[in-house]
Design a protein around this ligand. Structure first.
Ligand code: ADP
Ligand code: GLC
Length: 496
């Protein structure tokens, strides 16, 4: 099965969050399942610089008035997986962020940038642009690629099948009509705007999201951000598949960013990492003082505002706090000010991949609360690194962390601390339970071992993605009947 995986970011070529990690690790796992994969992202300067064996493989004719497009093919810098970069100096060649300028303001032409990206991906997928390879399935991710299933669905003639994954219903790519090029008329109107997310949800052959609990939640008005009805309309063609993690990149036994490596039952290296983190962040070098880590976008989704409210409590708790994050400018300033004032609090405002690894290894507790969380990867990394996560019972957090209590300690399922109310008090009560367990080192180590030995690698979930892929292509026998019944094109594919 040939799969085109289309995404706006992929680690290490370009990353702002978990989408990049998934866009690297899921395609790699799908290759292990036997799929032939090409990952497609925009040719941001940082991606072009890192691409290995880069060559221009096709010129792109005029699309939406953009005439400087080319496709650049190559591989990831650190593995052989194939990549296609969609290059246009006009749209993607600029310095600054992937979606925003250096002041955190969205690029005003994002509507055009990602309509163009999606249109070029669609052209490649249906053979309008020739790189000597055509996919059976196109997997589009998040609002940036929402128009892609729409463009492909509108193509007359043979077309690949499409799967669309929403990684976060809060980011919708809703644009005024004037900000969108001429994409024709479709069912993607949303409160007077054009919603790229809605297009993806509406026109893909299958829709998925990144955890089973989030899949249930976003069918409700509380979590669906107005698009719950569209999702409900997809019926059994919508499902939740839990993200996995890359166990080579995120593994304390091999992580080359760490001062020392460690593994379950051999955790001496974690103490070295803790000391190194304390040193780097200017915290007291106190081996027995618990370090609470927080590595995240600083937004309301992540309850970063609640973290700010909890700072006096944390400062008085006797623990140390290590924050690495960027986002809301007010929250950044509040954290930096508190760190200035209190020796037990530290904050690195900015984005630092290396420090994120060091923080996971050097902290004792990872604070990862959220008002909503489609999946969340940092709590999965924390489990692997023996850093017990404190999370809210929502989305993927609820699916991956088991609260510590007498029962779960006895049956060896405990792996962290879970709270229900999305409030500062709710968060503090779980945090205080974590600090209490830390003082009971015997039980702490038991739960830590349990956390480290849970498996969140991709292989099971990658297998689960093969179902929708096979479902839409008709390639697998178990789906063939359903698909060929109402779809001539699939019948032809299935026949050979
Ligand atoms: P989301 O994608 O919603 O931000 P995830 O938990 O899925 O949340 O993924 C976040 C990813 O971004 C993780 O790889 C995490 O380590 C990384 N990350 C978040 N903030 C920072 C930061 N300031 N510096 C470095 N890495 C960060
Ligand atoms: C989004 C979500 C996060 C998820 C990530 C990867 O950024 O906010 O919960 O882990 O995508 O799927």
């Amino acid at each position: 099965m040939r799969l085109l995986f289309v995404t706006s970011e992929a680690y290490p070529l370009a990353k702002t969050g978990g989408l990049a990690d998934v866009s690297r690790s899921l395609p790699a796992a799908l290759e292990r399942q036997g799929a032939e994969v090409i990952v497609m992202i925009p040719a941001y300067p940082r991606a072009v610089m890192q691409l290995r064996d880069a060559k221009v493989s096709a010129r792109i004719g005029p699309v939406f008035g953009i005439t400087d497009g080319v496709l650049i093919t190559g591989t990831f810098p650190d593995c052989d997986m194939r990549v296609v970069l969609v290059s246009s100096a006009t749209l993607f060649g600029r310095a600054g962020g992937l979606y925003q300028d250096d002041h955190g303001v969205d690029w005003t032409d994002n509507g055009l940038r990602f309509a163009y990206f999606s249109k070029v991906a669609a052209e490649l997928a249906v053979g309008g642009i020739d790189i000597g390879w055509r996919p059976d399935v196109v997997h589009a991710n998040d609002w940036h690629t929402g128009l892609l299933p729409y463009f492909i669905a509108n193509h007359e003639g043979a077309r690949p099948r499409t799967v669309f994954t929403t990684h976060n219903m809060a980011f919708q790519g809703n644009f005024e009509h004037g900000q969108v090029p001429d994409i024709g008329a479709g069912d993607f109107e949303f409160y007077g705007k054009i919603s790229y997310l809605k297009a993806g949800l509406r026109y893909a052959d299958r829709v998925t999201t990144v955890s089973p609990t989030y899949a249930h939640e976003i069918l409700t008005s509380e979590y669906g951000f107005g698009l719950e009805g569209v999702l409900a309309g997809r019926g059994s063609h919508f499902s939740g598949i839990l993200n996995g993690i890359d166990e080579i990149i995120w593994n304390p036994a091999t992580d080359h960013f760490l001062a020392a490596n460690y593994r379950p039952r051999e955790t001496a290296g974690k103490r070295v990492c803790k000391r190194e983190l304390q040193r780097e962040l200017g915290l007291a070098l106190a081996p027995d003082v618990p370090v609470i880590g927080f590595v995240s976008r600083l937004t309301e989704q992540k309850m970063a505002d609640a973290l700010v409210e909890a700072l006096p409590w944390i400062a008085a708790s006797g623990a140390q706090l290590a924050v690495v994050g960027e986002g809301d400018r007010g929250i950044e300033a509040a954290l930096a000010d508190a760190a200035e004032l209190h020796p037990a609090l530290s904050a690195m405002v900015g984005y630092d991949e290396t420090l994120a690894h060091k923080l996971q290894a050097g902290s004792d507790i990872l604070l990862a609360p959220a008002r909503f969380e489609p999946c969340g990867l940092t709590q999965l990394y924390a489990l692997k690194y023996g850093t017990l996560p404190v999370v809210r019972r929502t989305g993927g957090l609820a699916d991956t962390v088991v609260d510590t209590n007498n029962l779960s300690i006895c049956d060896r399922s405990a792996s962290g601390f879970v709270f229900d109310e999305p409030t500062t008090d709710g968060m503090i009560s779980a945090l205080s339970r974590a600090l209490a367990l830390y003082r009971d080192q015997l039980h702490w180590r038991l739960v830590q071992l349990q956390a480290m030995t849970r498996s969140f690698g991709w292989d099971r979930s990658a297998g689960a993605y093969m179902d929708p892929y096979r479902g839409v292509t008709g390639i697998a026998p178990k789906w063939r009947e359903e698909e060929t019944g109402d779809d001539e094109d699939n019948a032809r594919r299935a026949a050979g």
